[in-house]
Ligand binder design. Sequence first.
Ligand SMILES: Cc1cc2nc3c(=O)[nH]c(=O)nc-3n(C[C@H](O)[C@H](O)[C@H](O)COP(=O)(O)OP(=O)(O)OC[C@H]3O[C@@H](n4cnc5c(N)ncnc54)[C@H](O)[C@@H]3O)c2cc1C
Length: 371
Amino acid sequence: MKILVSGAGVAGLACALEFGTRGHDVTVVEYARHLRLKGTPIDIRGDAIEAADRMGLLAKIREQRIRMSELMQFVDSDGEPVARIPMAEVSDSDDDIEIVREDLVRILADALPDTATIRFSDSVESLTDDGDGVDVGFRSGRSGRYDLVIGADGQHSAVRRLVFGPERDYLRHLGVYIALADLPDEARPDRVSSMYNVPARMAGIARFKDKALATFTFRSEPLDYDHHDLDAQKKILVDAFADHPSWKIPQLLDAARADPEFFFDSASQIHMPSWHHGRVALVGDAGYCAAFLSGRGTSLALTGAHFLAEELERCETDHAAAFARYEARQRPYVTFAQDRVGQGRDRLIPPTWEAIDARNEHLRAASTPAR
Ligand SMILES: Cc1cc2nc3c(=O)[nH]c(=O)nc-3n(C[C@H](O)[C@H](O)[C@H](O)COP(=O)(O)OP(=O)(O)OC[C@H]3O[C@@H](n4cnc5c(N)ncnc54)[C@H](O)[C@@H]3O)c2cc1C
């Protein structure tokens, strides 16, 4: 089949790999000018490990595995450690592989077969599904007809908007925003990552491999902004931390201002009754974003791409049956992941100074070895 995939993140690249190696003719359109490599380490968990194995990627993923969470500490305004994540919670099992997002994106992109190509700086603008195929118009002015269209274009998916309706119908805001910026001068061999809280805000330095990232999270009601306007997003971040010039926050905000690949988004979930309509289906955050607080978005992208490709192979020409079977297999993983957000927000970004102190006290007690 001739398949269009919108978005070259983990979900889109995994789809391209899975469809391409099964002999389909795959075009990926990516809005950005190149692969978006930014990101902290992410987790590949449970059955997503098997999906990665079936894609032939597991050995490469294991080679790049890191254990960042062993070196994470909360600090005070002088940079002195005040609490650590208890070692008992640091996952070190074969059921959870931690890998830098950039490494995973590169591994997927490098594995693409000749049957899959990525077209950057383009995006879907119109979709007309006449039952026998989908006519697609692109921002670049190009057009094409495809047997299937897969929306793997993230939390703010254009394919979802065009086929299923506006984002507000599906998005549940979890009350938190996240931002990431490169911080090249802060890379250090000890790779200790620090997090500093003020009420309802957290700024940090994530160190892994030879890199450092400025990380920010803050509580906020939903904000209205253009998801492709970086300057507007930087202004929101700077305003959110403007009253808190303590610790390294001014330096981290400078890094955010300077970074052309700055990343900003809300912690939100996408809940949809169905992820397919006609010849169009959604994979990854586009259909079922669980939010970074779940730690499972990348795993869902991998299982989703794998199940969809397997079902298309099994059902051959019957894409409707394949989409339904994909959804039935993937749905339990999504429900589980979306239910996992739990207490992450309260631990990461306590709302008051008292709550910050209580969190630190709790972590210190949990870290003290029993006598
Ligand atoms: C730059 C970046 C950094 C991230 N960092 C982290 C992190 O540190 N921790 C974490 O837990 N999660 C992070 N995430 C989210 C995480 O990657 C996903 O939750 C998970 O991997 C599922 O991926 P996805 O492919 O469904 O969505 P995404 O990773 O969001 O990928 C979607 C892709 O689609 C592209 N796109 C968007 N709109 C369009 C459009 N209209 N047309 C064409 N392409 C479009 C985007 O540029 C992106 O490349 C990050 C995402 C991005 C894009």
